[in-house]
Design a protein around this ligand. Sequence first.
Ligand SMILES: N[C@@H](CCC(=O)N[C@@H](CS)C(=O)NCC(=O)O)C(=O)O
Length: 251
Amino acid sequence: MGIITPSNKEVTTFKGLHLYHAALSNCAMRVRMVLEEKNLPWESHHLDITKKEHITPEYFGINPNGVVPTLVHDGVVIIESDDIIDYIDQTFTEPQLRPAIEQDLERMYWWLKSAVEIHVTGVKTYIYYHKMQGKMTQSEEQKKAYEKLQTNEELIQFHRNCSAGISQEEAVEAEKTLDSFFEKANAILLDSDWLVGDQFTLADITWVPLHFTLAGAGYDFDRYPAVQAWAGRLRERDSFKKGVLEWCPTF
Ligand SMILES: N[C@@H](CCC(=O)N[C@@H](CS)C(=O)NCC(=O)O)C(=O)O
């Protein structure tokens, strides 16, 4: 996905960095952390997703999936958190948040893509079941408005399912998916401070908001002590304090 042509042309006149985001969104936390790591000034367009502020024709005209985050840089619109953080790192190169070695770069992208791939079936399902039940339910009227704007079938199905109530079986499957990734992360982090090579990269920034929000939703990280130690190191960074905790002190 990455760069798109928005139907809402207003944003194409924007100058500088503008971020459409939500305080509690783990996808938005990644982007805020990267902006802080690079010390870049940015303008906030906050949308309270629990109040459905993102479900408007104006916002779907900027992000056709109607999700946060969306970055607008000098009128260029970028969607999908993994593509956004990659774009920022390639555009504003200091400090570099990617490894120099090709093989490590592939590993870094694997962690980025994996997080996006399991977002709905793993992360969102687990969090909505354990933490957000009731909070994101759409009324009949909201459902109609949403389905008129939304063309992404996976998201339509997810929100229908959410309003009907995510089942325990789905939540258990989501947990299994998450377990497989955190087991792998734990094995890597037993011998290394960071997920890829010996360098702090976009891979760590991608996954630490998942640790933060999943822990807040009751996911048991005590099974993964090396992951816990890694999250502790990340929590010490200013980018975590500013990009995550200042917006969302607790999840
Ligand atoms: N693949 C997208 C997922 C974005 C996403 O699902 N964002 C959530 C917050 S973390 C959202 O906007 N949820 C509101 C909704 O689904 O209506 C990305 O990585 O940017």
